[in-house]
Design a protein around this ligand. Structure first.
Ligand code: GDP
Length: 317
């Protein structure tokens, strides 16, 4: 529960599952309307003729209470008639789309084709799903994360889903980022005098947060904001909780350490939440450090970590 002296407006930068866990905690501890989630769209792609925005949708489904707890992506209580039928017809089935999920992709594609911006489409969907937070794509312009690997350059979803992160990563790029503009709601959220904190969620720094920071202007706006910017470690005990963060760091020759993540964010951040299991590393970190249990298994864990973020931000102010 938030009390009068706790932060009101918070901006969270998020990728998919790891980020959305903390975004949900923040959503639940902040007053209604207090949260703005800036979601990565570097993972977006066109598939079966549909515009798919995996990280935006993870944020939508998570905050709406519709996320699939078993799969970790897509909608709960999903059915798969479309996929089964597509397979029967010899269609492309490496990227799975549930029946309910499909409706969102069809509707988004239709509205984009009719000339609406991605921001407008997502805001409309969030309203329909009765989400009392702003979910903002990092840009309305296309940015596509490309993963350079020992087997050649791959689109993000080819790397992540089709090849299940197996190829050795040698680098990444964010195609289109140079010409992309931040979504209009971002400037307003970051310039808000009531902004109490910016939280870089424990998402993959290279695949989820970096594409957001690659959009010209977003870094500058983060640097200019009066609110403290804090990052939460996506590594616990030298490992990623899920996904390829540690594997990619190893392949890029970066030490698999929260200190390397803090260095990567550099002077963009004012504080870093380090998992308490890694307390011994605290003295090696450049930004101010707060120790916390950052493992979010339960809803209570998400809320507790969200409160820790807000308390840390108020210490830094
Ligand atoms: P993706 O796009 O679905 O891969 O998800 P993200 O990029 O948002 O998150 C992936 C990162 O989240 C990985 O580095 C995980 O280690 C991290 N992560 C997932 N769950 C947790 C958690 O409970 N606590 C912390 N600290 N990190 C987590």
């Amino acid at each position: 529960m938030s009390s009068a002296n706790q932060p009101r407006n918070v901006v969270a930068l998020s990728g998919g599952i790891g980020g959305a866990k903390l975004a949900l905690g923040l959503y639940r501890v902040l007053p209604r309307g207090g949260l703005t989630v800036i979601a990565n769209t570097g993972d977006d792609f066109t598939h079966l003729g549909l515009h798919i925005s995996p990280d935006v949708d993870t944020a939508l489904y998570t905050l709406a209470g519709l996320a699939n707890p078993v799969l970790g992506w897509g909608r709960r209580d999903e059915t798969w008639t479309f996929m089964a039928t597509l397979e029967r017809l010899g269609g492309d089935t490496w990227f799975r789309l549930g029946d309910g999920d499909l409706a969102l992709h069809v509707e988004r594609t239709r509205r984009l084709a009719a000339g609406e911006t991605l921001s407008r489409v997502i805001a409309g969907v969030a309203e329909r799903l009765e989400i009392a937070a702003r979910i903002v794509p990092m840009s309305d312009d296309p940015v596509r994360t490309r993963v350079r690997t020992a087997e050649g350059e791959l689109d993000f979803q080819e790397y992540f889903v089709r090849h299940q992160c197996r190829p050795v990563v040698t680098g990444m790029g964010y195609a289109g980022a140079q010409n992309a503009r931040p979504a209009p709601a971002i400037a307003a959220a970051l310039a808000d005098p009531a902004l109490e904190a910016v939280v870089l969620c424990p998402s993959n720094p290279y695949l989820s947060i970096a594409p957001i920071l690659a959009v010209p202007g977003i870094r500058e706006m983060l640097a200019a904001t009066a609110a403290p910017v804090i990052a939460v470690s996506p590594l616990i005990g030298g490992k990623a909780v899920k996904g390829p963060t540690a594997k990619i760091m190893t392949e890029l020759g970066i030490p698999v350490s929260p200190a390397a993540v803090a260095d990567y964010y550099g002077n963009l951040i004012d504080g870093f939440i380090l998992d308490q299991r890694d307390a011994a590393l605290a003295s090696g970190l450049k930004p101010k450090v707060k120790l916390a249990d950052t493992l979010m298994n339960t809803l209570e864990d998400r809320e507790r970590l969200a409160r820790e973020c807000l308390a840390f931000a108020s210490e830094l102010r």
